[in-house]
Each structure stands twice: as C-alpha cells, then as structure tokens.
Design a binder for this molecule. Structure first.
Ligand code: IMP
Length: 429
C-alpha cells in the first residue's frame, strides 16, 4: 500500500517519464505533485513517442489513474490540448482516469507575459526559464492572490478572478516593464470556455489518494524537474519556483509520510543542465557534443519544451550524494547508460577542489558551486552496444564496474538502468 516517489536527482530531464511508465505497471495511480508544463516527459512504446507536459506519464498504462495534485500550476489551455492529443492516439482521458485537484493553481496568459517580460528585463542575468509562466503563477499562489482550479466550479467567479489577475498583471507589465496590457475581458471569456471541459475532472485528489492508499493500492508520486532545481534545495536562483524534492510530494499531494515506500532517484549516466547557472562537470566542444547527440533523435539532449541544446558533462557524485540526502533516496534508477558506449574512458566526479582543498560535500549547498573544480575518477569505457541488454549479465564488465562505482560512492543500490528509449530497454538488478 505504499506511496512510492520518483525524484529527478539532477537538474531535470533524467528520464523520469519512462521510469514512471515502467513502475506504473504495478501502480493504481500516478500523481504529479509540482510544476506545470515546464516539464517534458517522453515515453516510447513500440516505436511510438509520447511527450507529456502536464499529465502524469503513468497514464500511458491503461490501468493507472492520473492525478494532477494541488502542488501543480496548470495552464488549462495546454492541459486540454494535451488531453485531446492523447485521446486522438487512443488513450482514455475521461474523468474516471484523470483527476485534478481543486486546489491546484491556474496559469493565465498574464503569468506567461510576466515570465517572458521578467526574463527579457534581466538580460544576461536571466534565469533561462521555460517561459511558461511558472514563476509568476507560484508568486501569486504565495502572495495569496492566485486563481485555483476550484474557481472553475462557478463560471462567474472564474471570470471575476481571472479578470482581477489580468488587471493586476497589466499594472506590472506597463509600469515595471513598459509592455502593452493584455485584454482582461478576452482572457476571462477564454477561461469561461474551459469551465465545461474541465469541471468533471476537478475533485479532492488528496482524499482520493488517501482512500487508494488505505485500500492497499500503490500510488506513484511522479516528480517533475529535479532536486537541483528545487526552490529551497537547488542551485538558487537558477531554479524553478516549486519543490520537486521528496518533501514537495507530501505537500503537493496532501498525503502524509506514513504511507511512504520507495524513493527512487532517477539519474542520467552523465549530467545535463538547461538554462543558466554553474555546472562543475560541464564538458565542452567535441566531448559535450558526443554526450548531447545531434538532435536527430528525439531523446538527444535538446529540451523537450524549448528545444534548447542542453549543457552536457560528466556525472557529478557530489551533487548526487547531496540529492540523495535531501530526498531520502532509497535507490537509484540510472538512465541512458547506452549513450556512454564507445567512449575509451568514462569519468565520475567524486569530489571537488577549491583553493587546494578537497571537498566531498558542499560546504554551503549547491547554490554556492562557483569556484569548485571537479575531481574525477577515470574508468575504462566499453565498446559494446548495450541496447539489447535486459539482465545485469548482458552488460560488459566495464559498464558494470561503472555502475558499481556509482553505488560505492553514493551508498545507494541501483535497481534499474535504461539502455535505450523503448519501454522494454531496461536492465533490472
Ligand atoms: P521555469 O521552471 O520555467 O521557471 O524555469 C526555471 C529553471 O528550471 C530554468 O533553468 C529551466 O530551464 C529549468 N527547468 C524547468 N523545468 C525543467 C525541466 O522539466 N527540465 C529541465 N529543466 C527545467
């Protein structure tokens, strides 16, 4: 009857979607608890590629119900588009399969305009957001003037609240950023059109999840982004505006820790980052390009949401140990191990050096990464193609040694490793 939590253990884009998809086979519910359509989860099933931004990846399993928890910020237009796209591909998106928390917050065009205006004004000091209005929507939530899903239960109140939100936005857009105002009435009437569509999905998801857990069902809390993008525990200010860490799952779903089972940290076999901010193991030139891929494949290292090329580098175990501690990880799922095939040597960052001193832990957390240089352990690479591996014995000795060093240097067991984008391309340990 556990609540199993799937956490991105790095800067997002670890491949949480495909791990959730696999674990959803034995789960009754998959629930998103933070973020919004800044997330991009890709799942490949029988050559068919599904890209999800708001709906939980677990929904692709026909027996799993998808929940959008109270901790999310939801752009209703995008949610409806995503549901329609999935429906067109034969996925059941009726209200008995998708439940949306009445307490989740709505993203309006005002939030998107503010996100983009604020980034433009920051110039070279920008955060590098996805431009989806995430930060401003959470700002309104914390300032206690946000518009929640429950407002859609009453058409008039929805229109009034959305109008007020846009009028408030317009003051900031005009005064702080010198931008033209939005048409508040047009936005309010656009939102009114969402009411009928979303009404049947809005419910008390915390109560629903509690009942499922009490009945002995497995619930997967599906993380979005990654621990290093957490507003408290990440590389502040280059973070998102929510809590993608384990603690965020309890708040963002309204479920207590008593049901907690596994906490699975999903980690890429190397390191990537989108947007700005320090990155001690960042690779450049041909080495970075080798890890990134050319963009010819949808799983190459280009943003799912923005298509920006991701910054790539070597796996950073100082940051992974930090992530394991902050999240209380019980195990690791390593993704994209196959990408390292063909490299003569592979590297793991096991500590940092600064001014001649070696650090195994960051003295002031990941917001203070500046000035730290990675200390690497080099291991032999392997040339074998891993994409057909399904059991540990199918992996070459050097790949097993690489995984064993990750286990030894983090103190965590690796329970699975992905060797290709397909649902089946997983080695289970
Ligand atoms: P925001 O979440 O759009 O406000 O963006 C804040 C930071 O988080 C930026 O550096 C984004 O690139 C990053 N970010 C947000 N969502 C994701 C994600 O799903 N994967 C990777 N990076 C993300």
């Amino acid at each position: 009857m556990p609540l199993d939590i799937i956490i991105g253990a790095q800067w997002g884009d670890e491949g949480k979607g495909r791990i959730t998809d696999r674990l959803a086979e034995s789960a009754a519910v998959a629930a998103r608890y933070s973020g919004g359509d800044n997330a991009g989860h890709t799942v490949t099933i029988g050559g068919e590629i599904f890209k999800l931004n708001l709906l939980p990846s677990g929904l692709l399993n026909p027996r799993t119900v998808g929940v959008l928890g109270n901790g999310m910020v939801i752009n209703p237009k995008r949610l409806i588009e995503e549901m329609d796209k999935l429906a067109a591909r034969g996925v059941d998106v009726t209200p008995n399969r998708i439940k949306i928390s009445y307490a989740a917050h709505l993203i309006t065009p005002g939030h998107i305009a503010l996100d983009q205006a604020s980034e433009a004004a920051l110039g070279t000091g920008k955060i590098g957001t996805t431009g989806r209005g995430i930060g401003p929507a959470y700002t309104d939530k914390i300032a206690r003037r946000g518009v929640r899903m429950e407002s859609l239960l009453d058409m008039e109140s929805a229109a009034d609240q959305v109008m007020a939100q846009i009028e408030q936005t317009n003051r900031t857009l005009q005064v702080a950023y010198g931008q033209p105002p939005l048409d508040a009435r047009a936005v309010a009437s656009e939102f009114a059109s969402y009411v009928h569509r979303l009404l049947p999905y809005i419910t008390d998801t915390a109560l629903y999840l509690h009942e499922m857990l009490k009945a002995g069902k497995t619930v997967l809390a599906e993380g979005a982004q990654g621990a290093l993008l957490d507003i408290d525990h990440g590389t502040y200010p280059y973070v998102t505006s929510s809590s993608p860490t384990t603690g965020g799952a309890f708040i963002g779903l309204g479920v207590g820790p008593g049901f907690l089972g596994r906490v699975i940290g999903v980690v890429k076999a190397f390191q990537t980052r989108v947007g700005e901010g320090p990155f001690p193991t960042e690779a450049f030139g041909a080495e970075a390009e080798r890890l990134r891929g050319t963009g010819a494949n949808p799983w190459d290292e280009f943003g799912t949401v923005t298509r920006r090329p991701r910054r790539c580098g070597w796996l950073d175990l100082v940051l992974l140990r930090y992530s394991a501690r902050v999240n209380g990880l019980t195990e690791l799922a390593v993704t994209k191990l196959d990408v390292l095939s063909g490299l003569e040597r592979v590297r793991l960052c096991k500590s940092y050096r600064r001014e001649g001193k070696v650090y195994d832990e960051l003295p002031l957390g990941p917001a203070h990464l500046e000035g730290f240089e990675a200390v690497y352990e080099e291991l032999p690479g392997w040339s074998a193609d891993l994409t057909g591996a399904r059991k540990p014995d199918d992996l070459p000795a050097a790949a097993r040694q690489y995984l064993a060093r990750i286990e030894a240097l983090t103190g965590l067991k690796i329970s699975m490793a992905s060797v290709g984008p397909e649902r089946e391309q997983l080695v289970i340990f």
